[in-house]
Design a protein around this ligand. Sequence first.
Ligand code: NI
Length: 172
Amino acid sequence: MTVKSVVKMGNKALFSPSAPLEDFEQYGKNYPGFMDLIQDMKDTMYAEGGIGIAAPQIAYNKRVIMYGFEEKNENSDIDIPFTILVNPELKPLSDEMIDGWEGCLSVPGLRGLVSRYAFVEYSGFDVEGKRISGKAEGFMARVLQHEYDHLDGILYPQRIKDFKNFGFEDAL
Ligand code: NI
């Protein structure tokens, strides 16, 4: 188990677009270094209490995200199954946008109100290199868009429209 330090806003790794894992479907778990990356991301996400994490947040600029929980947390109404997506693609299913509060392990202590697509379709590869796809709405759609943004070098504060809706958790 390796808990990595999470790269914080200001670090170039977070503003650089990440590269796909080339030919991932041929390698799956055997992609060099891949399973170590997955373990590090998972250990770091759980240790930091995050709902999702993207590889660039541990300074690895590759297109890998994970989110959700392996077990249902009784203290939370968030029920998102644990998912790993390699080389993900996202497509909005309608123009409908919803405002919601977000935080980020790379922007500790802060929250901001961000508008996201209400319904999205995602696709990508699982750890075996199998193509997977699905639809998401509500909070899960928000998490997907947030994590996907990390792969394009975008942090949620860049999407805040009104900076009155951005601030420290203990002040909001
Ligand atoms: Ni984030």
